[in-house]
Design a protein around this ligand. Sequence first.
Ligand SMILES: *Cc1c(COP(=O)(O)O)cnc(C)c1O
Length: 407
Amino acid sequence: MTEASDPRPALGLRRVINAAGTMTALGSSAAVGEARQAADALLPWFVEIDDLQRLASRTIAASTGAEAGFVTASASAGITLCIAGAMSGPDIGRIRQLPDPTGMCPDVLIQDGHRVYYGAPLEQAIRLAGARIVPVAQGPGAADRLRSALGAKTAAALYVVSHHVDQSGQIPLADFADICRARGVPVIVDAASEYDLTGFIGAGADLVITSAHKFLGGLTAGIVAGRKKLVRAAYLQNLGIGRGMKVGKEGIVGAIAALQAWSRRDHDGERRREQAHVALWLERLGDLPGIRLALSPDPTGNPITRLRVVVTEGSGTTAWDLADALALGTRPVIVRDDEVAQGYFELDPCNLREGEAEEVADRIVLELKEARDGRAKVTSLAEWRNSRLTARLAWPDAPSSGSPEIR
Ligand SMILES: *Cc1c(COP(=O)(O)O)cnc(C)c1O
């Protein structure tokens, strides 16, 4: 992957530096060679998709410890299909009837802090199946509230493991699964952005949804793993509402190859490279006026430590305006800006190519100097949010210039 082979300039696309993470709006991942080659090799040929998905099932089972699995268009699609499968079972009439849930159990339990937004509301992925959301308030007594919410109309309970989750007062997964299992209600875990492929099945999940295009570095796809009966019912939605969420052969074989490559990856070497990027930033940015730095370990235990850049009073700018300024130009630096309202953004070291950590540091030094010299654009948070949304809604007019909404 050299600069000479970079197709972006010829397409009129900016050469973004991804210091944000694996974001859909940034093209998800830098796909690993194994996944790209597997897709390239299969693309000219016809295959029997059910057989390719049988191979995926065996590969997913070997990687996760689950009984079975399949590949779908995205993790979001996986959520919808798992919920739909829990409602319909393997009944073809019911599968064709959804999203009309008449005659089926429509209720899906979810803890309040798990109703996250990952670029779209998670709840919408649930409702798309025709299900009805039954929220369970977190905090003291949550386990009892979960027990009493489980009822005759409950199809499933959804548990989200993510940095988006409000972590306080949540029922731990193992307890959540025990309570649901005692009532025969399947537990579906959305672990789309997690590094660990085996622990959730071990903790009692019946179905687990992960992403093929986040840590795994596959092509864009979602992976469903779990108990065979439930996996089958979710897979059969491809004869119904799943049709609009279909994955191509390239996505399926890309996920298989990425899973196989995962066990051979040099995980320690990748951690060392990421730590070196953070060390470089600490050294280059540590003494700069206008910001304060802090290490930010991943909240769900993924093996990533990001660098938090707190924009301080007297810097001449704000966290959101600095993020925006970094995202301008032909070499935009896109930072992790979902918490800018708290006065900081984060730098994610996982997706940087050779030399890019230096470019990120150079750019921050430059933009902070501009701000100190009074040349930064300074907006209120409300103005900034509004202008970003306006730009997004104007698509296809107004090509990207500032910081996109990048989830
Ligand atoms: C990314 C993410 C999703 C959506 O995954 P896609 O594959 O992009 O659809 C769902 N849930 C969580 C927790 C995520 O982080």
